[in-house]
Design a protein around this ligand. Structure first.
Ligand code: NAP
Length: 323
């Protein structure tokens, strides 16, 4: 009898440990296979809004995991965009950022479908962000339907309003309906700052999961970033390397290059790693497969608090675009 109760105890313990393993695995790669309607709650080691450098993802307030780094596709023409998206996915990257305004949603969709077929990547592992433009806010359903059709990858992982504009609340409420239908998984905003967010948030039902704004060492948004993060919203930066036409100055900045030399990495890697260490997700744009691979290779070194401070001191409030 004693032996039998001991055996039962061992079996109960084994089952408990197995359950632990299952829930642990759901906190990493398996998040990507969550069904569209399924909300994934916090698991061990996965706290909403906190970057997980092991899985290279962050758990959004929508319940979905989002890669903390990926590829921006602004200014990439069709063929370049297809090959860049494929290079990213072949190299292990899993997030692509596009927009109606970039005119390349079809190319992003084509790159994703070809990479899924050629490299055997399941759709659930890939995270696609697109945006609707203020000129589309008066008929948001048509804009969303068009984005879904152009991308042609089943659902959209994250849709953003590209800029504040008239009828933006209305456009967001329309996106909320698509979330309920499972055709969009998460919602967000782009180019929203403290004043705009304070006005906007009380008017919508679904808390945005992401705000995408211009951020680089010369324009750091040191007040805006914590304001957004404290609301449980993830911040993602555009123009991480300063934007086309401005990258040279940033990538040859003495502070950045000396830190890069100390770690044996590139200036671009230092900037992108600095973003990640302050909890800002990155989507560097690139048409060069070598750069795309380099921009994914950010986990073999760590910036010291002193190096983080030296980069923080480069802030000069220098915006490189108007919005
Ligand atoms: N929400 C918005 O309003 C908004 C606005 C602008 C941009 N965005 C998004 O943010 C993304 C990033 O911005 P961006 O592409 O304009 O600017 P960026 O990422 O700051 O810079 C892109 C430039 O950096 C170069 N580059 C990339 N990786 C490099 C590396 N490792 N070493 C040296 N040079 C490197 C690229 O050249 P190569 O092609 O030669 O690699 C390209 O000229 C966009 O693609 C877009 O998806 C959003």
């Amino acid at each position: 009898m004693k032996k039998l109760s001991g055996l039962i105890l061992v079996l109960m313990l084994a089952s408990f440990i197995c359950q632990g393993e299952v829930s642990q695995s759901r906190t990493t790669a398996a998040f990507f296979s969550a069904a569209a309607s399924e909300q994934v709650s916090d698991g061990p080691g996965m706290q909403t809004g906190k970057f997980d450098f092991d899985s290279r993802t962050v758990l959004l307030n929508s319940g979905y995991a989002m890669p903390i780094l990926g590829l921006g596709t602004y200014a990439l023409d069709h063929a370049t965009c297809v090959s860049s998206v494929m290079a990213l996915l072949e190299s292990g990257g899993r997030l692509v950022d596009t927009a109606y305004m970039y005119g390349n949603e079809e190319a992003v969709g084509e790159g994703i479908r070809r990479a899924m077929a050629e490299y055997g990547i399941p759709r659930e592992e890939i995270f696609v962000i697109t945006k609707i433009y203020p000129s589309q806010f008066s008929d948001p359903e048509a804009a969303i339907d068009m984005a879904l059709a152009k991308l042609d990858v089943g659902y959209i992982d994250m849709m953003l309003l590209h800029h504040p504009g008239s009828s933006d609340v209305n456009a967001y409420l329309a996106m909320e309906k698509y979330v309920a239908e499972g055709r969009i998984r998460s919602l967000g905003l782009s180019n929203w700052y403290i004043e705009e967010l304070t006005d906007f948030l009380p008017q919508v039902n679904i808390m945005p999961a992401l705000v995408q704004n211009e951020i680089h060492p010369y324009y750091q948004e040191q007040e805006v970033v914590p304001f957004i993060q404290e609301k449980g919203i993830v911040v993602q930066c555009w123009y991480p390397l300063g934007g086309r036409g401005y990258t040279k100055e940033l990538l040859t900045d003495e502070t950045i290059t000396s830190i890069a030399a100390a770690h044996g990495v590139s200036a671009a890697q230092v900037i992108l790693r600095w973003d990640l260490q302050r909890g800002v997700a990155v989507i560097p744009g690139s048409s060069n497969p070598d750069h795309i691979r380099e921009n994914l290779d950010l986990f073999g070194f760590e910036l010291t608090p002193e190096e983080m401070e030296r980069i923080a001191a480069l802030d000069r409030g220098e915006k490189h675009d108007w919005y």
